[in-house]
Design a protein around this ligand. Sequence first.
Ligand code: EPZ
Length: 420
Amino acid sequence: MDSFLIKGGVPLHGTVEISGAKNAVLPIMAATLLTSEPCVIRGVPNLSDVKFMGQILTWLGAQVNIEGDTVQVRAKKIKGQGDYDLVRKMRGSICIMGPLLGRLRKARVSLPGGCVIGARPINLHLKGFEALGAKITIQSGYVEAEAKRLTGGTPFLGGRAGSTVLGTANVMMAATLADGVTVIESAACEPEIVDLADFLNAMGAKIQGAGSPTVTITGVKELHGAEHHVIPDRIEAATFAIAAAMTNGEVTIKRARADHMHAVIDKLQEAGVIVERKGADMIVRRGSRLKSSDVTTLPYSGYPTDAQAQMMALMTLAPGISIITERIFESRFMHVSELTRLGADIQIEGPSAIVKGGRPLSGAPVMASDLRASAALVLAGLAAKGTTQVNRIYHLDRGYEQMDAKLRKLGARIQRVDES
Ligand code: EPZ
């Protein structure tokens, strides 16, 4: 198993190019199942999750070709059942259900398990499918949705933590081929949903209102092939912005969509970080001093849960008390115990972590857990005095393309070591 070995204390300087958004690519790859014609997706990051989704589509019968940052998919003939093991291993693959239901009127996938950050239920996905006329059966670890006729409906997809991103994606995709009009109320507003809707409309779908809480989909008979360039990854951009601030460097982030990052930029500026925009680029550096700042994660356009751990790492360096409250997932504080091993002072009180910041961090061996917690540990290692070893970085490879190479280009002393 690979680890990162990081010698901290080096201010990062230079330019980093943001890769395509993982959370846009996965549903867009699934959407290619909605047509028998070829689709081309460009600007795709080289991630293990993307390769995995390719394996799932291949298993379903599609022809998949991944070359550099381009994925070609032709789902000429497909079967309606996802491989139990493949689907179970990557929760994001639940988004094949909507396209299978739309194209074949039947979808059968393994029930996605929970993960370190929470139970990850799919009740809202299933509620949306039922609103389109599907019958849901759950047995022996599989969930099946079947519909003689798929007809437009008006599902409300708001749950205890706001809307559901992949639930909105799933229902939107199924509804493109339903008879009649579907109106999704309390739809997720994330930029990745807008990107998916843009791809679906390029395929001939009729979707309006994506990015707002009310999305209207007028069903069509069939969809055709399309080409699409994926939006940049706003969470990767946030991660590198925080890296610049934590190491007291200055980094130009190319291809960052600042319009997708208002909440992150606002928080960084409140914490004393200088964020300048130059066209499509963002220049980030620490101001005179870091200030403690409270963060609460919310559905878009609130502060993103996927950048919560990274902001907590920054707050460990800001003198004073910062309260970080996680409102989207039940247990997304796996990084807290590991950050305290690096010398941070953090107490968890229910949904909040109380960070007493300002003490310098010192390097130590730490364990990666979920994708974003791992990113926070790398950031802390970059700022810590001495050497930090981040173990199990396969978590990082799921969602960050060549993170170590990009950081080395900015001057970081980080090496990937094979621990096996
Ligand atoms: C997507 O997950 C992202 N993953 C997650 O990113 C992201 O954290 C999350 O959205 C929230 O923004 C992908 O896009 C592949 P949700 P998703 O359904 O869609 C509850 C990362 O690090 N809920 O929006 O699975 C759920 O328990 C990953 O890149 C229900 O109650 O998340 C959670 O509390 C991690 N019932 C909340 O809603 C449901 O049917 C938000 O979940 C569905 C969800």
